[in-house]
Every structure is written in structure tokens, then in C-alpha cells.
Design a protein around this ligand. Sequence first.
Ligand code: CP
Length: 321
Amino acid sequence: MNRRHVLDLDDFTADEIELVMQTTDAMKEVLARPIRRVPPLRGKTIVTLFYENSTRTRVSFELAAKNLSADVVNITASASSVTKGESLVDTIRTIQALGADVIVIRHSQAGAPYVVAQHLRGSVINAGDGWHAHPTQSLLDLYTIRERLGPVAGKSVVIVGDILHSRVARSNVWGMTRAGARVTLCGPATLMPPLGGDGLPPVTVDYDLDRALEGADVVMALRIQRERQTGGMLPSLREYVERYQLTPARLRRARPGALVMHPGPMNEGVEISPEVAYGAQSVIEDQVANGVAVRMALLYLLVGERTTELAAAPAPVGARR
Ligand code: CP
């Protein structure tokens, strides 16, 4: 891959996305082995720097880096010198001086990973910045669809919920359309960003979920981000549930066997009913599991030592094989 950073999918070509998908296939094969550790990142240091909470993204990056034999340092901003007033740029300079090859950053401010990229000699991966982008989530979503349904091109994908505050929706609009899917965004008008003038590729917008779901191959419910709501955006949670919750009855409007996705964390009983979240069509746990392989693929493509290929790392002395 001819790039140093992964900041969003707006600058990814369809070929680059396909390269990530094929490399993820190889990483899934590594993960199926009895010993999952391979050497391509031996001697590299990966720093995860999280200014916002996370479970899936942070843990999967840590596992991904360790599976590739990297050294991993996890920094949570609330437990770092950030609380003493250190700026983002000073934090980055410090981490660089300590030898980071890759910084994986999550920040509440849109654009923060781009600032880091300007100050770091190594690579930056955006693990979510404000409402703006979450490219690695979109890549794992794409991989999960491809794994279950084959090529993403031509598939109809409905993304429903709080689109306005969703970095997952934005990156998925880029990623899914670049991969050839037809994307429909659905939700209340108050939670829909102005589209058309913001440079996003063309998508369909529908405020009626029952109509939007007709013939869908994939339905992705988004979390209602209560922490990002300001007054008046959500009429009432009860009304939202009535009109936009993904229920078994609504799901029957989609194609038989349509995939149910959710980036997590879920508000069960709000944007998605428990029957759908844990039902036969749900691939939500696959998304989480695929997150490790996709992030291994990205780390490998950005800074991996290709000459080592993906042969197993030598077992530590005394370890049983
Ligand atoms: N999907 C996602 O980003 O989850 P976390 O906030 O748990 O990382």
C-alpha cells in the first residue's frame, strides 16, 4: 500500500480497499492457527493514544499489533500528562521521542489525527475523530459483508440512526460507495447532516425506515449518541423507537438473509431490538472479531516487514508448539 497514514477512506481507491480485504483474508488464516503470532512487526512500537473511551477498537488494535509481534504501548489521555495541560502536539513529540512507529489515535475533535500526521515521522491511524471519520470500522464492516455475501459491489446497504453524529456512517459512505455498494441513509431529519454540499459521494436519503428497508442486503443500525445530542434533536426516545428501531417485523422487509450490523456499543431496545441484535441474521459479533484481522492487515501494509511474509514467529525458548 503506497500510503503512510490511514486517516479516512475518502482517499482510498477501490483497488486499495481490495488489497486490505485480501490481506485481511491472509490475517484470518494466521488467526486460525494454533499459535497466532507472526513476525512482520518485530522491533516496531505501536502506541494507542485514546482521548475517548473505547472497548472494541483499542483492544483489537492491541491484539492486532501483538499478533504481528510488535511492542504495544497503550496511553489513555485521562491517565497521562494531558491532564496536566500538555498539548496534543507536545504529547505526539514525546511519544515520537520514545520511539513510536505508529500512533493509533482516537480523539473527540474532528481532524486531530491529521494534526498528528503533520508532526509524526511515523504512521498515524485514525481510530475515530469526533463526528468525522472511523476508517478502520468501515473497513471491517466491508470485510464482514464481503465474507458473508461476496463482492460488496451492487449490494444495497441501509444505514439507520443518528447519522449526524456518526463518524462510522461518514466513513462507510466513502468506503461502501467506493466498493460499489448502493447506500441509503435513514433517520429523523434532525439527525441527518446536510448532504450534497459537503463533498460526500451521492447516497439516497430516506426518512421512512419501512420504505428504506425494502430489498436491502445489509442493514446497519447506529447508536443513538446521547452524549453528543444538543437540545431538540431527538423528539423523544419513545418516538424514535417507534419509527426507527430495527425490529423483527421491520427486518422482514429486507431481502431474506439480509445482514444485520451494528458498530457497537449498542443501546439494546433503542435503535435495535434484542431479538434482532442476537438473531440469526446478526453479524455483529463477526464485525468485532474481524476487527482484529482488518487491523492486522492495515498495520502490516503500513509498516510490516514484507520479507518475513507471514510465517510463524519462532517460539520463545521453552514454549511448547
Ligand atoms: N465501534 C467502536 O468504535 O467501538 P468502541 O467505541 O468500543 O471502540
